[in-house]
Design a protein around this ligand. Structure first.
Ligand SMILES: Nc1ncnc2c1ncn2[C@@H]1O[C@H](COP(=O)(O)OP(=O)(O)OP(=O)(O)O)[C@@H](O)[C@H]1O
Length: 252
């Protein structure tokens, strides 16, 4: 069974058909790109996958379970985490606390546990700190654990966003333009990090990206959207040499 199965997905905003009849399937552990020109509907797809928008048509299944109609926090608990096009960290919190915040969604304390700070509370706190530190190590951020997020260099802030999303132990990780604003060195490092994340956490990754070097370097399969519709799909070599795709990017 595929981890993510999207069938005939569509959404309209008033008269605008932002996404139309999109079908995609991603196997467990896949690293797949969703690309297309500005305004093609890519972020709208992420917003439907995460319950921010309710699709007008079609189906979304995670490991066979229906996601349509579920709230964003429910979808997150079911195993879908995302990052955003613009950095959305808590700038005045430490790097470690930013990752712990991601985990808080998963760990449930009873009222008594949190008020009384009983043993089980401390045990859960300790486990959360350990898991967060382990994630920071994978991202090479462990030495910055106590640094304020806003004091990290830009490339590390973007990495921290991915670290925080990963803290919720997702099965499916959605990355919205992870390399946006990065210089080539930072992008190269990010590519290594994404490869490592997949290997260490066996997570399935769908990413939106305009940087074709990154897309070609790490994605095994691509879906190309244009005006909300699927224009092409296949391996990066095939898709990026497809004249229809080149034309969509360059315009007429
Ligand atoms: N809430 C909304 N209400 C109305 N229109 C919307 C809404 N959300 C998205 N759209 C429209 O849907 C279309 C697709 O937008 P979307 O942001 O998904 O594109 P994109 O492919 O992610 O673009 P980019 O690469 O520039 O981020 C655009 O025309 C956008 O204006």
């Amino acid at each position: 069974m595929a981890t993510l199965e999207v069938t005939g997905l569509g959404i309209s905003f008033g008269g605008l058909r932002a996404v139309d009849d999109l079908t995609m399937s991603i196997e467990k552990g896949g690293l797949v790109g969703l690309i297309g020109p500005n305004g093609a509907g890519k972020t709208t797809v992420f917003n439907m996958l995460t319950g921010v928008y309710r699709p007008t048509d079609g189906g979304i299944r995670l490991n066979g379970e229906n996601l349509i109609g579920k709230k964003p926090y429910e979808i997150n608990r079911m195993g879908v985490a995302r990052t955003f096009q613009n950095i959305r960290l808590f700038p005045q919190q430490s790097v470690l606390d930013n990752v712990m915040t991601g985990l808080n969604n998963q760990v449930q304390y009873s009222l008594a546990e949190s008020l009384l700070h009983v043993g089980s509370y401390h045990k859960k706190e300790k486990e959360m700190t350990e898991r967060s530190m382990e994630i920071l190590r994978v991202f090479g951020l462990e030495d910055s654990a106590q640094t304020l997020a806003s004091n990290l260099p830009y490339g590390k802030q973007r990495k921290l966003e991915i670290a925080r999303a990963l803290a919720t132990k997702p099965e499916l990780l959605l990355l919205d333009e992870p390399a946006a604003g990065m210089n080539p060195n930072e992008t190269g490092e990010l590519m290594d990090t994404i490869r490592l994340v997949r290997k260490e956490y066996q997570v399935t990754i769908l990413l939106i990206e305009h940087d074709m070097k990154l897309v070609q370097g790490i994605c095994e399969y691509l879906y190309v959207l244009n005006f909300g519709r699927l224009l092409a799909e296949g391996t990066p070599d095939k898709v990026l040499n497809d004249p229809a795709v080149v034309k969509a990017y360059l315009g007429d």
